[in-house]
Write a protein that binds this ligand. Sequence first.
Ligand code: PLP
Length: 406
Amino acid sequence: MLDVHAIRAQFPILSREVNGKPLTYLDNGASAQKPQVVLDTIQRAYANEYSNVHRGLHTLSTISTENYEAVRGTVARFLGAPSEEHIVFTSGTTEALNLISYSWAAPRLKAGDQIVLSVMEHHANIVPWHFLRERQGVELVWVEPDVNGDLDPQAVLDAVTDRTKLIAITHLSNVLGTVVDVKTICAAAREKGIATVVDGSQAAVHMPVNVADIGCDFYAITGHKLYGPSGSGAVFIRPERMAEMRPFLGGGDMIREVHRDSVTWNDPPMKFEAGTPGIVQTIGLGAALEWMMDVGMTSIAEYEADLRDYARARLDGLNWLNVQGQSAGKAAIFSFTLEGAAHPHDISTVLDKKGVAVRAGHHCAQPLMEYLGVSATCRASFGVYNTREEVDVLVDALELCHKLFA
Ligand code: PLP
């Protein structure tokens, strides 16, 4: 079993206090804290090794380019991608999904074509498809989870028609914690020639991911949730799909030649990476993924499953707390409301006074909020450094909320 105290010691921020109490950081679903090795890597990259990438022939540019490009291989290993050439760097999942919508989907989908997606999607995996609905008459077909928050792969496949061109689905719900059987969905979609986009923003944080095994066309991850810097991320793209894609943003790096009357593109993946990228962010992402692989994705998953079971048992003991999403294999992500009138914002404010950081709001998942019949929830989302003691702190703070608002 993973030594959580040794893990915690690597995160400087976890030793600070908030409102005079030890920090209990349970907002990992929004963004995770950074281990010392990531902070050191960022410091070194700026202090000793910084220059622009892909452009210079001088020593610092060469070092910077090597460090930056090495991360492509790290991401490929982390995702089980066959080659680093299948990895495009992005600023995060939002950019990745917009890239797919603009570069792959927009030129091929026409009025009446359908995109199947679940109501559990984050807005980042909804709005880029709404663009296609608004601009070119593409239809969005929605699939709902069951009462436990489980999404039956067959329900997704039942929604497919001969007009379906794309299935865009989350691997792990940022609100309910539900893990979706994307492998079954992708295998069936592939047989029908339907493209598959998997939003791995949350899943890649909590479990081993292997895109070759999943069989998806696109898989997006975001650095800031993976214990890495904000403004970093990547998307795996199957080479056949890459070959079908037009460029996304135009500028430096993504071109081969530019003339007054013509322009030609760089080879993928560079074709989709315009301008000076998030150099140090990406180098920091590499350090974060190496750190996660050193800890071990299986160890992380096992440790967090134990934490989930403990948290679930403690939260189930609070009969005035409505926890959304009861999927057996869910991640340690708990969205809840309190019976009575207390708004999630009020609960979050009281918890903060006890040093407990949770997220309150719609979690960029308004279709799911509508489906659940709530406008907002509080969400406690656990990471690799959280402990059973912190679950107890959360429960004590919730009991205080109950007393205050009942
Ligand atoms: N998808 C899911 C499931 C998320 O939880 C998030 C972040 O909250 C995103 C997409 C957006 O990712 P990013 O912050 O990288 O744009």
